[in-house]
Write a protein that binds this ligand. Structure first.
Ligand code: GRF
Length: 207
């Protein structure tokens, strides 16, 4: 089963549940996260481990780790979890923790990705699901989706376009993981049994 870590709205969590993925528990570092209500409404155990209640990042992570491991999940999904994790924590879940990031990595790691994409003038933007490693937003990439950047886009309109694709690719990546189809070699993910993309060409932008 899956444990999902969230901090806010939980729309990716909803997409995972809609896809029928076995999310057994949701943990938020904020008790007011809307995603906790969403989980409870769907009968999923929802827990707050509030980072503010702990004196240091390490003590917070120890509490988080204890709650996660209590469920003995096969897979941990960061779904809008807005706390930086220490290398020690990440190491514990190496090869079984995924994150969804709202950019085409390795472009735009970190925050404010949509505004930064607009400021950079990129014509294609998107989202990535990747394995979590100690370096923020840098782990092996599982799947990406691209969207066009349109001339009158705002950060909000671009974010909404990207978010629709997040909801497509995150459930797909999680399913691949649970089906044992993801293999990491030399920092690159291979999806076993997939011939997707061999002839595909993706060109997005104005004429
Ligand atoms: C998403 O854009 C995700 O990529 C980012 O945080 C946002 C979370 O949204 N890491 P939600 O809580 O899943 O609606």
């Amino acid at each position: 089963m899956i444990v999902a870590l969230i901090s806010g709205r939980g729309s990716n969590l909803a997409a995972l549940l809609d896809a029928g993925l076995p999310v057994g528990a949701v943990i938020s570092n904020r008790a007011d996260a809307k995603g906790l209500e969403l989980a409870r409404a769907r009968g999923v155990e929802a827990i707050a481990v509030e980072h503010r209640a702990y004196a240091t990042r390490e003590v917070f992570e120890e509490a988080l780790r204890a709650r996660i491991d209590g469920f003995a999940p096969r897979l941990v999904l960061l779904a809008g979890f807005m706390r930086i994790l220490t290398a020690g924590f990440v190491e514990r879940y190496r090869g079984r923790m995924l994150n969804i990031h709202p950019s085409l990595l390795p472009a735009f790691p970190g925050l404010d990705t949509h505004a930064r994409a607009l400021a950079a003038g990129v014509k294609i933007h998107g989202c990535s699901v990747h394995f979590v490693t100690a370096q923020l937003d840098h782990g092996p990439i599982v799947i990406q989706a691209a969207v066009p950047v349109l001339p009158d886009d705002t950060a909000a309109s671009l974010a909404a376009r990207v978010l629709r694709q997040e909801h497509v690719i995150y459930p797909r990546a999680a399913r691949w993981f649970l089906d044992g189809r993801l293999v990491i070699g030399s920092g690159v993910v291979i999806v076993k049994g997939s011939n997707a993309g061999s002839d595909a060409q993706l060109v997005l932008g104005p004429d």
